[in-house]
Write a protein that binds this ligand. Structure first.
Ligand code: GLN
Length: 380
């Protein structure tokens, strides 16, 4: 394997999902729903295939989808963006992240990440040859240590990557945190890459898009996708929204990474994004009920929980059960209890920082969540 990927192992999600199958354990690890996306979206995909929408799509997106993304963004943020010049459709948000980094970051540029971070950020920055600077968000509230951020930004900083609502902690960046990050970015001429794939799963506060802060649209790339909001994680439809001068870099990388994204799924995605507000309200309400089952259950089992404001994840401290670290705990949980969680140490540059924390997801039907809680109550 090439040097730039030597340090990376099989992704933790792949590892844990195969262990779940091997041990017949209930999978509250990898974040994918065990229920299907809405019928009207599936129908739209089938119709698009039947209608012969099966050849290469326009590289930066099927026009109808670019327009639907721009319209949704306008509803969410109040911002008017040009669907032709400022929206790029990609194969999932993971590709949007990669295209953003490859298209806008030079080898040796510094990029600031907040740990714990989603695993692809570090691997992709390593492919780019970027110099990663990492700031740790610490429990209980995972607040942004603003003075550390101020002292980490340098002349070489090209971008700050934020993820709100945040995987794995469920933290949502507050207005004050975003204001200060925005101020520092303007002062130091730094870009913001913002991964907002869980924006519709905001429970405890309103989601705020960095792009909507005064003056920030011009230096922000907003990354999002269809998968979480529509329970269609396997469709891999994502997008990047950015002003034309930044979109150019994203599109150049995208053109040579995948060129275009699945055509019929893009047509169906356009139909999905035109869902009435009632759809979004219902998704949120359903997830809130699931969240309550898992959170209450984990408390009864005896975990120490950290408050999660958004996403379909919750992070807990496993140390009341006496296992030596997060990986050992998750192994025990799979083999002896029959439940899968994600050890968080892989989401840090320094794995030690995650050794007390594991992540559970509640994107499963209520019966599955209850069964997992029962197993843990019985056997932990
Ligand atoms: N985003 C999903 C999670 O955090 C996993 C996606 C993947 O498996 N790469 O669980």
């Amino acid at each position: 394997v090439a040097k730039r990927l030597e340090k990376f192992k099989t992704t933790i999600f792949t590892q844990m999902s195969s262990l779940a199958i091997k041990h017949g354990a209930i999978n509250l690890g990898q974040g994918f729903p065990n229920f299907d996306g809405p019928e009207f979206v599936k129908e739209a995909a089938i119709q698009a295939v039947r209608d012969g929408k099966n050849q290469y799509a326009r590289g930066y997106g099927v026009p109808d989808l670019n327009s639907a993304i721009a319209a949704r963004f306008k509803q969410d943020t109040g911002l008017n963006v040009d669907p032709e010049k400022e929206v790029t459709v990609t194969s999932g948000c993971t590709e949007a992240i990669a295209a953003t980094m490859l298209g806008l970051i030079n080898p040796g540029d510094e990029v600031i990440l907040f740990a714990p971070f989603y695993d692809s950020y570090e691997a992709t920055l390593s492919m780019v040859g970027a110099d990663i600077k990492c700031i740790t968000l610490r429990p209980p509230d995972f607040a942004v240590p603003l003075s550390e951020l101020r002292s980490t930004i340098s002349k070489k900083t090209r971008a700050i990557l934020i993820n709100t609502p945040h995987n794995p902690t469920g933290k949502m960046f507050t207005q004050d945190e975003l204001n200060e990050i925005a101020r520092l970015c303007a002062e130091n001429d730094v870009l913001v890459f913002t991964d907002e794939v869980y924006d519709k799963l905001a429970f405890e506060m309103d989601h705020i898009s960095m792009a909507s802060l005064p003056g920030m649209y011009d230096r922000t790339i907003t990354l999002n996708s269809l998968g979480k909001t529509f329970s269609l994680t396997g469709w891999k439809i994502g997008w990047a929204i950015a002003p034309p001068h930044l979109t150019w870099g994203v599109r150049q990388a995208h053109s040579y990474l995948t060129f275009a994204t699945s055509t019929p799924m893009q047509w169906a995605a356009a139909a999905a994004l035109r869902a009435p507000d009632s759809y979004y309200i219902e998704v949120r309400r359903d997830y809130l009920a699931k969240k309550q089952i898992l959170v209450e259950g984990l408390k009864e089992v005896g975990f120490k929980l950290f408050p999660s404001s958004g996403t379909y994840f919750v992070v807990v401290d496993h140390t009341p059960f006496g296992l030596e670290n997060d990986v050992a705990f998750c192994e025990y949980l799979i083999k002896e209890v029959g439940v899968v969680a994600i050890p968080t140490s892989v989401f840090y540059l320094n794995p030690e920082e995650g050794k007390n924390l594991v992540r559970f997801t509640f994107c499963k039907d209520e019966g599955t969540l209850r069964a997992a809680v029962e197993r843990m109550k019985e056997k932990l």
